[in-house]
Design a protein around this ligand. Sequence first.
Ligand code: TMP
Ligand code: ZN
Length: 420
Amino acid sequence: MEVTGAPSNDSKPAVEARLRDTCRVCDSNQLIEVLDLGRQPAANAYIAPGDLHLEEPKFPLTLNLCTNCGQAQLGHVVPADHLYRSYMFYTSTSQTMTEHFAQLLRTNVDEFVSPGGLVVEIGSNDGSALVTLLNDNVRVLGVDPSRNISVVANARGIPTIAEFFTGELAGEIYTTAGPADLIVGCNVLGHVDALDDVCLGLRTLLSESGAFVFEVPYLGDLLDRTEYDTIYHEHLSYFAVKPLAHLFDRHGLRLDRVEFLPVHGGSVRGTVKRGSGWSDQVAEVIDAEEREGRSDPGTFQAFAKRVGDLRARLVDTLVRYSDEGLQVMGYGAPAKASVVLNYCGIGTDLLPTVFDSTPAKQGMHVPGTHQPILDVSAVDEHGPDVLLLLAWNHAEEITRKEGWFLERGGRFLTPHLVES
Ligand code: TMP
Ligand code: ZN
């Protein structure tokens, strides 16, 4: 079945989402829908002022659970070219994340990479992580499908292939530069529809003693903290450890180690080597997931109920603020902002403006709900009483930077109704 985005009245052909009725991890068709966030535009499809009159393509945003293997995943796939070819997410806008990835590379280069060895980063973005290795005796290669961002990376001296990482591309890299002692992929696996092909590529490219180190947002945190705004078309999978371990095992790869990290609302970092099965440490985590009911339909039904309640409470709160004469504006225009605003139906009447530090987003508008995005330096001049902290995963960095706003009596409120 094909699902068509709303027809655009310019001359571009309509973009179509594909319904996926088999599991990305185990290929079974035992999928049940557990959450419906409605029809939404692509969350990173910011709109230029001159295009505001055009109809935006919107696609269903539903979460399915595979009752065979426990993988949570989107039911519809928006074509990757539509989502990524002119992507506006620049890693280097967050100081904390830049340091986080530099640290990840440093530790793993020391552990796995021999002098002159090859380090490949999948989803290398603007090269801000790999650039920290330029003075090391290692070779670096970035792979990132966003053409505009890979131009930036190449210009700063990080050779970057502007393509999706596939089994075929891995074979080409192996022939020309490989094998790789270290492959890193942070916040990449969740974006991949063809996980089997990526695993094939990893198996092809990894050296005998090499490692693939990845990070993905952790399903347990998404459920426990009701982080529904991390669900959007780019994120096709929401991983627990158990389905990941099985996925790698099927491809001659072994999940050797996992650790849990606070970034992006709670993430899991995994280390994968050539081999099969999984380590005792991973087995313990899988046991814990079973005990916590991470793949039980009932867990997801309760989650969906909390999501609906949050929507009602957030809208009530904004209406109350408005009645009290308080001015509320948004802080941060990440993809998550688009999900919250579109799902909750928060338009420019309740939230007229959003501030964001990313130069490429400034002057653009939030997809669907159309708030103009202004530089964060304009907060003071606009004088909001409350800032809806849409980039809540950077709360610490943001509240530190904007301490003056709190001192002046301003308040931050997250979409999950946490106040600071
Ligand atoms: P992310 O959640 O995808 O990392 O996106 C965070 C967004 O928040 C990004 O658009 C940049 C913005 N941002 C600010 O405006 N100010 C800040 O201090 C930080 C850290 C992020
Ligand atoms: Zn499955």
